[in-house]
Ligand binder design. Structure first.
Ligand SMILES: [Zn+2]
Length: 359
């Protein structure tokens, strides 16, 4: 009779498998931290962005779940594929479905659970970074205004990708956002893609992760081409950088835990005019320009000091040296020598062996 014992991470769990396939389940109460150790680590691992899909589908296998097939790819990988006609009828697309208004939900904050566990990427759902770049204007209060997303600079006409698969809820020109696409995902998350120069999808359409939803632009006034990207749950915006590292393009984890304590009534706010977005971007541009010029001034000063330090010359006082003889000898003046040596005045007695800077 074989008997296997597994001890997990020091947690008080003992799993015994015997010939009779008897499994003794733990009765110990665990803290959340201990329980988290037992959940597969896969959930907290970063996910790289999909690249351009270039591999061919070799074969399609049906599964027992209606509308779900397995695609065998030419590069020896496989993945699940759902029939869009089936996926589009999912439960998540029935609640507060509105193709006209950006804010469609009307859920009070108190009605949300304290912790909302959202699987953002699993075997059915892939991920692609909407636009890989540094974040120009971050989420949060910017210049006394509420910024509900991140601004990601991109040249006009650059493809913008759907981060995850889902159903397009809204695709129209929208005050505050310019050309806007909102996708609702099966886990209830919504992603917003704003200021597009062109929209490539229509509301009601099913999109896969990596579908081009539009082209980057700067709809409205010319404030620099950028993608304004938002992530919302039940209408409440949260920082997209909690989910995505835009610089590397990776998704930070497969399972995202959104805490209610990180949301407030302001998280529901939807900008009412383009001016707000433009003002945030312009103020950040000005702030960055000021920071850049300050940095340039500081760098120039440091370089000057370094040049002067490299040209510095010292003299060790010997018998008979005076400040005027040193000034003559090194082709400088008494006041210039005093300036180079803090505390030195024309009346200071020069001690033998003292090292003073003369240039
Ligand atoms: Zn923005």
């Amino acid at each position: 009779m074989t008997r296997l014992r597994y001890f997990f991470c020091g947690a008080a769990l003992l799993l015994t498998l015997s010939a009779g396939a008897q499994v003794v389940l733990p009765r110990t109460k665990m803290t959340l931290r201990e329980a988290e150790k037992l959940v597969p680590r896969l959930m907290s691992q970063p996910v790289p962005s999909l690249g351009d899909m270039s591999t061919e589908v070799l074969d399609t296998l049906e599964t027992q779940t209606p509308g779900v097939s397995i695609l065998l790819m030419a590069d020896n990988t496989w993945h699940f594929w759902r029939d869009p006609a089936v996926a589009v009828k999912g439960e998540a697309f029935k609640e507060a479905w509105n193709t006209e208004y950006a804010s469609s939900y009307n859920v009070p904050l108190a009605a949300l659970p304290d912790r909302i566990n959202i699987w953002v990427c699993d075997r059915n759902n892939q991920y692609r970074c909407p636009n890989r770049t540094r974040v120009y204007s971050p989420f949060g209060t910017r210049h006394h205004r509420r910024h509900q997303g991140v601004d990601l600079p991109l040249p006009k006409g650059t493809p913008v990708y759907a981060a995850f698969s889902g159903k397009v809820r809204l695709s129209k020109y929208y005050r505050g956002y310019g050309n806007l696409v909102i996708i609702r995902h099966e886990n209830g998350l919504e992603t917003y893609y704003a200021h597009l120069s062109e929209r490539k999808v229509e509301s009601g359409q099913w999109v896969e992760a990596g579908t081009v939803v539009g082209l980057g632009g700067s709809t409205g006034r010319s404030s620099g081409s950028h993608l304004h990207f938002e992530t919302r749950f039940k209408g409440y915006a949260f920082d997209p950088q909690w989910l995505i590292d835009f610089e590397t393009g990776t998704l930070r984890h497969r399972l995202f835990v959104l805490k209610k304590s990180h949301l407030d009534e302001n998280s529901r706010y939807v900008p009412e005019s383009e001016e707000e977005e433009v003002a945030i971007y312009l103020a950040d541009t000005r702030e960055k320009a000021v920071a850049d010029s300050l940095a340039a001034v500081r760098k120039a000063a440091e370089e000057k000091a370094a040049r002067e330090a490299a040209a510095a010359r010292y003299h060790t006082i010997r018998s008979g040296d005076t400040l005027s003889s040193l000034a003559r000898r090194y082709g400088t003046s008494i006041s210039a020598i005093c300036k180079l040596n803090p505390g030195l005045t024309p009346k200071t007695t020069l001690r033998l062996g003292r090292k003073i800077r003369v240039k």
